[in-house]
Design a protein around this ligand. Structure first.
Ligand SMILES: Nc1ncnc2c1ncn2[C@@H]1O[C@H](COP(=O)(O)OP(=O)(O)OP(=O)(O)O)[C@@H](O)[C@H]1O
Length: 288
């Protein structure tokens, strides 16, 4: 059985707007660790939220299963989603001590993992949640979110405000945990440093499409998409260089679309600037 299986997924955040995900098909084996690579707005978070059952997909023909279960109709046991929105939640900014906070969310049930994570993430149990930095609050979130063993872990850019040492230790923990328990991870990130040995697969999203489906990492000669990577970057590419190559291809693709009439981004240097006194200041304001 696949750990994660997606068929025919097309999704719009609102009716009438263009889809954020189009024709996504995915099939990930248990124990795999996939890094999702894509520019801002490529659809990574939307996909992870759907896999976590946080967004309802109504498109006929779509079939989204995690651990064999339909994410919208069945209870997803053993699936953990950790995203960035948590840090905005007023509850985790209240005047509560970390030790009490972790107890209140059931930390005593998973003492061994909780204590291992407290060490790895270098968390002080006496911290007050309303008096700590964003990175410290993130570390508490990670202890809370990871202490219960998961079969599938969906991570949306949660290591962004960790210092590199803590991030490195955390990635080692996640990799060892996934290997030990044959647990599956999908991780969307823009930070590729230090990540080279982490994934078993990498995937590339562009404008809501999966342009390179999960592909073996390090690249394997038996995988056509991996061969495409090595033909461009040589036999042992770094993840960082692979991501850079894909993002450059994305930009080229976007420029081709813009040349064909797609709305452009960036500064509007070619616009006619009004020069009379009445409209002088408008040139500083793109909203006019
Ligand atoms: N709540 C929303 N309503 C309407 N459109 C949305 C909403 N959330 C995201 N989108 C659009 O969906 C597309 C995909 O967004 P998504 O957040 O999934 O991208 P992402 O790859 O995770 O980007 P990033 O790397 O910046 O986190 C974008 O075009 C975005 O503008």
């Amino acid at each position: 059985m696949s750990a994660i299986s997606v068929k025919n997924l097309t999704y719009s955040h609102k009716p009438g707007i263009s889809p954020s995900l189009t024709d996504i098909d995915l099939d990930l084996p248990p124990g795999s660790r996939t890094i999702l690579i894509g520019a801002n707005g490529a659809g990574k978070s939307t996909l992870l939220q759907i896999l976590a059952g946080k967004r309802l997909v109504s498109a006929p023909g779509a079939d989204i299963r995690v651990q064999g279960k339909d994410v919208f109709r069945e209870y997803l046991h053993g699936v953990t989603f950790l995203g960035t929105e948590w840090a905005m939640n007023p509850v985790v900014r209240g005047d509560i001590v970390v030790a009490s906070f972790l107890d209140s969310v059931g930390g005593w049930r998973y003492k061994e993992r909780r204590d291992e994570l407290l060490d790895i993430l270098d968390v002080d149990l006496d911290w007050h949640m309303h008096q700590i930095s964003d990175g410290e609050r993130r570390r508490v979130q990670l202890v809370m979110g990871l202490m219960q063993p998961w079969d599938v872990l969906l991570l949306d850019e949660v290591t962004v405000d960790l210092d590199v040492l803590v991030r490195d230790d955390l990635l080692s923990f996640l990799q060892a945990d996934s290997e030990k328990r044959n647990a599956t991870i999908i991780y969307a990130t823009h930070i590729y440093d230090g990540l080279n040995n982490f994934p078993t697969h990498i995937a590339h999203m562009r404008f809501g499409k999966m342009v390179t489906p999960p592909t073996s990492w390090p690249p394997s000669a038996s995988d056509a998409h991996a061969v495409d990577i090595t033909s461009k970057l040589g036999p042992n590419p770094l993840l960082y260089h692979t991501a850079l190559q894909w993002l450059k291809e994305d930009r080229e693709h976007r420029r081709e679309l813009e040349a064909q009439g797609r709305k452009t981004r960036g500064a509007r240097r070619n616009e006619t600037v009004p020069s009379d006194s009445e409209t002088f200041y408008r040139k500083y304001d793109y909203s006019h």
